[in-house]
Design a protein around this ligand. Structure first.
Ligand code: SF4
Ligand code: MG
Length: 330
């Protein structure tokens, strides 16, 4: 089957004072129909830029993006327009994407009108139906964005996304601007909608609990590159890349008894600037197990059995790091 999204060797380099920022530096990923790929990494890792390049809010400077088999990397705005019903981006902060002068009804109706998906006479009914699907009431159609809570505004963004019936939803930190108390309900809504509608999803987040809940597979980014990718359960059970191991070791787990089984790995130093990524393995300046060759030789992202990929000279599927010897039997 043709994947809903196929990204090949994506680059987004741009000039800055002092050199070139390599925000995205050779990212390849694939999302099948109805599949959720979680893209995780620290802020500054380039994960949002990948999402923005996919919908062409940022222009890629290299590589390709194919939507349902169509290469859209160099399509003009005009040629891209009909494809706007195939993919939709939901932002972190819904307030920035909702026009404060419009009513909720107008906001939700906008994509329906733009793409002529519903006759004018049927707009109101369709809007109310969409509001219902995101847990809001018909009366909400007559309010303005500022009259709603952050969680309700993010539900409006989801209603807009649903209105076009996309095959691909790109959700960039959709809950991280919300109060912790409403994050779970919006995440649950997203999960329900994804399951019912079966759209593919690129779920961009730094929230490991959220990504474990929602994603079928996870790709981990560090300084513009994917360093590891694996099915969700495998990644959490057996992270192979030292960076992934550190990320997961720092994540709070619901059961404190489990926390003790995983030693906390504290990374030294800050995330280096994408303006001057370290030579060799980008991670070597912070990697607790780096060896000499890591400073000069960039590790390729290797395919491993079980649908895994990892970019580390020392990682092997049967022993987490070759330097450690065999991993304990489970
Ligand atoms: Fe660490 Fe070297 Fe592996 Fe990079 S290649 S993650 S520096 S061991
Ligand atoms: Mg971001």
């Amino acid at each position: 089957a043709v994947p809903v999204l196929e990204v090949r060797d994506l680059e987004r380099h741009f000039p800055a004072s002092g050199g070139t920022v390599r925000a995205v530096d050779g990212v390849s990923l694939t999302i099948g129909r109805g599949e959720v790929l979680g893209l995780v990494g620290e802020s500054g890792s380039g994960k949002s830029t990948v999402g923005r390049c996919v919908v062409r809010l940022d222009e890629p400077t290299g590589g390709s993006v194919a939507l349902k088999g169509t290469d859209i990397t160099h399509l003009s705005r005009r040629a891209l327009r009909p494809l706007r019903t195939d993919m939709h981006l939901v932002f972190q902060d819904p307030s920035s994407s909702l026009d404060p002068r419009m009513t909720i009804g107008q906001i939700v109706a906008e994509p329906l009108r733009l793409h002529r998906l519903v006759p004018r006479s049927g707009l109101r009914a369709r809007v109310e139906e969409l509001l219902g699907q995101v847990g809001l009431r018909p009366e909400h159609a007559d309010r303005h964005p500022h009259e709603l809570s952050g969680g309700q505004r993010q539900r409006i963004s989801l209603a807009r996304a649903l209105s076009v019936g996309p095959d691909l939803l790109i959700a960039d930190e959709p809950t991280s601007a919300l109060d912790v108390s409403v994050q779970a309900s919006v995440l649950n809504l997203l999960a329900d909608l994804q399951r019912d509608r079966g759209f593919g999803c690129l779920f961009i987040t730094h929230d490991l609990a959220a990504v474990e809940f929602l994603a079928d597979r996870i790709a981990v980014m560090y300084l513009g590159r994917i360093v590891e990718e694996a099915p969700t359960a495998r990644l959490f059970a057996e992270p192979l890349h030292p960076y992934t191991q550190a990320l997961l070791s720092a994540a709070p787990v619901p059961d404190p008894a489990l926390q003790r089984t995983r030693e906390r790995i504290v990374l030294s130093g800050d995330l280096p600037s994408p303006l001057a990524p370290p030579p060799g393995c980008h991670f070597h300046t912070r990697c607790p197990v780096a060896v000499d060759r890591c400073r000069t030789e960039s590790p390729a992202l290797r395919e491993l059995p079980g649908g895994r990929r990892v970019a580390c000279h020392l990682a092997h599927p049967d022993s987490r790091l070759s330097g450690e010897g065999p991993s304990p039997a489970h």
